[in-house]
Ligand binder design. Structure first.
Ligand SMILES: C[S@@+](CC[C@H](N)C(=O)[O-])C[C@H]1O[C@@H](n2cnc3c(N)ncnc32)[C@H](O)[C@@H]1O
Length: 296
């Protein structure tokens, strides 16, 4: 069953070139996903290397372990915010490199049962971690209107945030909103139908997913603890997929560089090649930033 799901790792050779300076080193893959980057990295690393892989999604993690099938990988069903704790437990002072490939995998998006897709009918779920009691269904059916409006604005930069929040409130008064298509329809009606290539509910889905998984909080926490993840001389790479995440990373990296303890490896975000975006649609919005720890 697991072999039907795919996720093409983005900019894997470039990221490997940036991160893998020590062939026998310790590396952190904060977002193991289906193990695409992990497998690629391990193919370039020596027999003594170690890779600690984290993912909040237990199903994805199991598939990744199966696919990577390598003793050098240790997988953790945890948020990457727990990386400092796990490194410490293993007696590792810091990793030679860490990757955070943010957001969701194609497996999560393409699997209707996970409720991330606007176009496939599914339960309104969107949890990375299915042990999380907070699903998007809970959010849209119980959160007050001002909070819904705020997350649509803050996490979706949705220009119709107030109208959509109101439409959700009205719809849930009649019937509980339980499916992706039901929510997509509510937003579509606010927009007066579908126009152009992008579904009008795209920003709403993004905002609710970010809120449900507390995604930006996790990014902030990990970036705030990079010195407990990466050792001096080591590097961290972050792949982002929307402007909110990229802004966060860009600003945090700038602050770190100002401290004199870190240096920006690339001043501007790197985008995938035209060839890569042609082969992998998901790569289109990707941006890569890399930073190096130069001092303890
Ligand atoms: C873009 S995918 C990673 C794909 C992976 N690099 C690959 O090549 O297969 C992002 C993954 O990060 C996971 N994720 C999101 N937030 C997380 C967090 N705070 N901690 C750990 N994993 C997280 C998601 O569940 C998802 O599987």
């Amino acid at each position: 069953m697991s072999e039907i799901w795919t996720h093409i790792p983005i900019m894997a050779p470039q990221i490997a070139d940036f991160l893998l300076s020590n062939p026998q080193g310790v590396y952190v893959d904060g977002t193991l996903g289906l193990g695409g980057h992990a497998k690629f990295f391990l193919s370039r690393l020596g027999p003594q290397a170690r890779l600690l892989g984290f993912d909040k999604d237990e199903e994805a993690l199991k598939m990744a372990v199966e696919r990577v099938n390598d003793q050098r990988l240790t997988a953790f069903h945890e948020s990457y915010t727990q990386a400092p704790k796990e490194l410490k437990k293993l007696g590792i002072a810091g990793a030679d490199g860490a990757l955070f490939d943010l957001g969701l995998s194609s497996y999560q998006l393409d699997n209707p049962a996970r409720g991330f897709s606007i176009i496939h009918e599914g339960p309104l779920d969107m949890r990375f971690d299915r042990q999380n009691p907070l699903s998007v269904e809970v959010i849209v059916n119980t959160w007050p209107m001002d909070q819904l409006e705020r997350i649509l604005q803050d996490y979706g930069e949705e220009r119709n945030a107030a109208k959509i929040a109101l439409a959700i409130m009205q719809a849930r008064r009649t019937e509980r909103i339980t499916t992706t298509s039901c929510l997509a329809k509510i937003v579509e009606n606010v927009y007066g139908g579908k126009r152009g290539k992008t579904h009008p509910a795209t920003q709403t889905f993004q905002a609710l997913r970010i809120a449900c998984n507390r995604e930006l909080e996790a990014v902030e926490t990990a970036l705030g603890a990079l010195q407990d993840i990466v050792k001096p001389g080591g590097r961290a790479a972050v792949l982002t997929f929307h402007s909110l995440e990229d802004r966060l990373v860009k600003n945090r990296f700038k602050e770190l560089a100002k401290s004199g303890e870190w240096r920006l490896v690339n001043k501007h975000a790197i985008s995938p090649s035209y060839e890569e975006t042609r082969q992998n649609r998901r790569a289109r919005s990707a941006k890569l930033r890399v930073i190096e720890r130069i001092k303890a």
